[in-house]
Ligand binder design. Structure first.
Ligand code: ADP
Ligand code: ZN
Length: 818
């Protein structure tokens, strides 16, 4: 008997053994998908991780129900990589599978429901139940999706469940391929006419049908090659429009069997841009940096490229990519934000054309399946440009991973599990492929720079901007003084206001950065100081004026802005603080002729909106771009001469050990957007704390000063890179249960970890979506074994949570949480 071990897309650890029916014994291979029953008779799509002949001793292996593939959908070392993520980031491998594979490849249990004809109701039915039964009255099976359509009831599953319990309906589950590739109809000449004499006769025959003859001639024209193996493919719709003949003539020729229609799979992905040009010639500094990178790659598998903004890192990558492709290996180019893929796609397509594939989270699932299948095919993309989830694609043979803007926090996945850091995971993935990793940034993360200093990574520094451009001139504005002397217009100091005016007069562009979206972070009643809070979370609601709503940025809860204070009934609710939306309103009032755009989470909900905002800035259709940190990231605009940072303080005062590192990075990065090509840029930083050391470091473009100071503090307060952090969050709807559980856990933890454990603590936001939260943080020195520490941890939490009283407490782990 043959067995397979299978990973299932559920939050369960490890794999499960299934028996292989004889018909598939010779076909099953590692990486193929199988439909398997799991748990409550439900069917799931699993992936084979091992084939063997060992009967499991603890349980009787069930049989696989279906083998879905002829060839594997995973490639070596993908599963090994999943296991690494699962072990390191402390989450079940099934959750890694869930995150890694697009749902179209995981198949859906498309449940079919039918009425039980003999059912007689003994208790009254609800309206919904009645509607559902009516929809099933034809006694045929209907899929849930269908029923949702016909009844208009979206959340119908609970109703189905009720009727099931009452015995009114039956369910049989059926697994179907969810993803169907998009196809187009194409036209070709029938095979019969590929023989000369047959074709000749056809010409003779058609002499009496001139329209048809003409169409045949046009076909020969368009296909470019009549009898060879691969004529140019002609889409049916193009054929008819281009030739201008009537549908009737064409149909007649189909009927006669002269032409045939066939269906071709086509990409949903953008096919344009097959014209390519050479990469730019590198300037001498870039040339030297490239040599240095290559030299260090001989000994080190990771190199950090610390190159100031506009030093031409992207150009350098391009040259490196060319070399890797020449060796027949693939390249993964990771970026932190979709906004960046938009600009880079154009730049890289110019050089690499169709070799480049793009992968990001705004793609539909079908598009993701398509890229997955492309990467799996023999003629796959050679370069993938993508955000963090692209580390999961089935690469054949990676030669290089580039992690651009490696310092960016958005490489970290926060929720749900796996809570991985794409930069760190990429380094592991690269080593599994025997590939190199290049980390690039103008403002390295403390960890990466530290690793470079310790000799773990290679280091290449590029301090020269391309074309000898100067770094921008930075000016600090003291907001205390501006407000005291009444030198301000709304949230703009006089200085910033004047500079914007000047830039607009000179037809230059301006970027304004405010690290908060919405109109105001909260509203407050002037009379009684009441602050509206979220019903489900322990946070105040954010005001969105355009929608006239208050909304929660944690759970999405939204309500209308009340006219009066709900507590004291005074119409005195006023906004406090300010976000991008408020700045936009002020700017429009102050500069009524300027063309203003806003880029933040609220204005970029779909894929196209990014492209449009960025294109408008590039094409100088926008004068002032206002945005959150989205505008700080590696965007390359030519006409931006002024950058304004509206409030540095909410960056500096963030309650997190990385606050100063991040504040420096954000300010240095957004400053780098100023004055790229034509002249020296200007940056205005508004702050209430002009003497803050980080402000001075930004002012002097002094990364090293920031690095040294931070390093000292990290050592003193036991943070990375000297210690590794593991955070455990526990959640429950009842605070008493939760407190009991964490108290017990805390006692056991302290017995083992001593001072290495902090907590239980009540986090700053102590309730989200009606679940109370408590946390522990573990600080584990680099020299200690992280593996051992994790084992103890799992052991203790497992023991406490297995007690009957605490079974429903939810636990999640976050390794390297910030
Ligand atoms: P970085 O990624 O380091 O911020 P970029 O690669 O975006 O820098 O380069 C900044 C600008 O300078 C871009 O418009 C880029 O095309 C241009 N540039 C950089 N190096 C060269 C080069 N060697 N030849 C021509 N243009 C270059
Ligand atoms: Zn909420």
């Amino acid at each position: 008997m043959k067995y397979v071990d299978v990973v299932v897309p559920l939050p369960v650890s490890g794999t499960f053994t299934y028996a292989v029916p004889s018909e598939w014994e010779d076909k099953v291979r590692i990486g193929m998908r199988v439909v398997v029953p799991f748990g409550n008779k439900k069917l799931y799509t699993g992936i084979i991780t091992v084939t063997h002949s060992l009967q499991p001793s603890l349980y009787e292996a069930k049989e696989i129900i279906e083998l879905l593939d002829d060839s594997p959908v995973l490639r070596r070392p993908q599963y090994k990589f999943w296991e690494w993520i699962s072990n390191y980031y402390m989450c079940p491998v099934g959750e890694v599978y869930q995150a890694a594979v697009p749902s179209g490849l995981k198949l859906e249990s498309e449940t079919e429901v039918r009425i039980d004809a003999g059912f007689e109701s003994t208790s009254p039915l609800t309206d919904k139940e009645q509607v559902l039964l009516d929809a099933l009255s034809d006694e045929k099976p209907h899929s849930i999706a269908e029923i949702v359509k016909t009844t208009g009831i979206v959340h119908i599953l609970p109703t189905v469940r009720c009727l099931l319990d009452k015995g009114a309906v039956m369910v049989n589950e059926l697994v179907t391929e969810k993803f169907r590739p998009k196809t187009e109809s194409c036209v070709k000449l029938s095979k019969y006419y590929s023989q000369d004499e047959n074709l000749k006769t056809l010409f003779d025959d058609l002499s009496r049908a001139p329209k048809q003859l003409e169409l045949l001639m046009r076909y020969i024209d368009l296909s470019e090659c009549l009898r060879c193996e691969s004529p140019v493919e002609i889409l049916k719709k193009d054929f008819i429009t281009k030739t201008g003949v009537s549908q009737g003539v064409f149909s007649a020729m189909i009927e006669k069997g002269i032409f045939e229609i066939y269906h071709k799979e086509v990409g949903r992905l953008n096919d344009s841009g097959s014209q390519t040009t050479e990469a730019y010639i590198l300037n001498p500094y870039q040339e030297e940096a490239l040599h240095s990178i290559e030299k260090q790659f001989i000994e080190k598998s990771v190199v950090l490229l610390h190159g100031v903004t506009s030093s031409g890192k992207t150009e350098l990558y391009t040259h490196l990519i060319n070399k890797v492709l020449a060796e027949g290996r693939q390249v993964l180019y990771l970026v932190p934000e979709i906004a960046l893929t938009t600009q880079l796609t154009t730049r890289l397509r110019r050089v690499f054309g169709q070799k480049l594939g793009v992968y990001h989270s705004k793609f539909s699932d079908a598009e993701r399946v398509e890229i997955w299948n492309n990467v799996l095919s023999d003629k796959s993309y050679e370069i993938i440009l993508g955000v963090r989830s692209s580390i999961f694609l089935p690469f054949r043979h990676l030669g290089l991973i580039i992690v651009d803007e490696e310092h960016e926090p958005s490489f970290k996945q926060y929720d749900p599990a796996p809570r991985y850091h794409a930069r760190n995971a990429a380094i592991v993935l690269a080593s599994m492929h025997g590939a190199r990793t290049l980390l690039g940034t103008a403002t390295p993360s403390i960890e990466s720079y530290y690793n470079a200093q310790m000799g773990k990574y290679g280091l290449v520094e590029l301090h020269q901007r391309h074309e000898e451009m100067e770094l921008p001139e930075i000016e600090i504005v003291d907001l205390k003084e501006a407000y005291r002397k009444k030198r301000h217009e709304g949230h703009l100091s006089d200085v910033l206001f004047e500079k914007i005016k000047l830039a607009l007069e000179r037809k230059e562009q301006v970027i304004l950065f405010q690290n908060r979206r919405g109109y105001a972070p909260f509203v407050e009643c002037k009379a009684c100081a009441y602050i509206p809070k979220c019903k489900n979370c322990d946070v105040s609601l954010t005001l969105h004026v355009a929608l006239n709503t208050l909304s929660c940025h944690y759970c999405g809860y939204t309500e209308r802005l009340p006219e009066k204070c709900p507590v004291c009934q005074t119409p005195a609710l006023t906004s406090k603080g300010f976000g991008t939306e408020k700045i936009e309103e002020e700017i429009i009032q102050l500069f009524p002729d300027a063309r203003v755009q806003r880029m933040d989470l609220d204005t970029t909900r779909n894929k196209k909106s990014y492209e449009k905002i960025i294109a408008d800035v590039e094409n100088e259709k926008t004068d002032i771009l206002i945005g959150t940190q989205m505008v700080t990231k590696g965007l390359d605009f030519q006409k931006v001469s002024l950058v304004g940072i509206l409030n540095a303080d909410n960056l500096l005062n963030f309650p997190d050990f990385r606050a100063h590192e991040r504040a420096f990075q954000l300010m240095a990065q957004v400053s780098g957007r100023a004055g790229r090509k034509f002249k020296r840029g200007q940056v205005i930083i508004q702050t209430y704390s002009p003497d803050h050391p980080v402000i001075a470091q930004v002012l002097q473009h002094d990364y090293r000063a920031m690095f040294s100071l931070q390093l000292e503090e990290r050592k003193l307060f036991k943070y990375p890179p000297y210690y590794r952090l593991v955070q455990i969050s526990l959640k429950h709807k009842d605070p008493t249960v939760l407190n009991d559980a964490v108290r017990e856990m805390g006692n056991e933890m302290r017995a083992v970890f001593g001072e290495r454990v902090l907590g239980p603590v009540v986090p700053a936001i102590s309730r989200i979506r009606n679940l109370y939260i408590r946390q522990f943080v573990f600080k584990i020195e680099n020299e200690a074994s992280l593996v051992k520490a994790k084992e103890y941890l799992v052991d203790i939490t497992g023991r406490v949570l297995s007690k009957a009283a605490f079974r429903s407490v939810k636990i999640s782990h976050d390794v390297d949480p910030y």
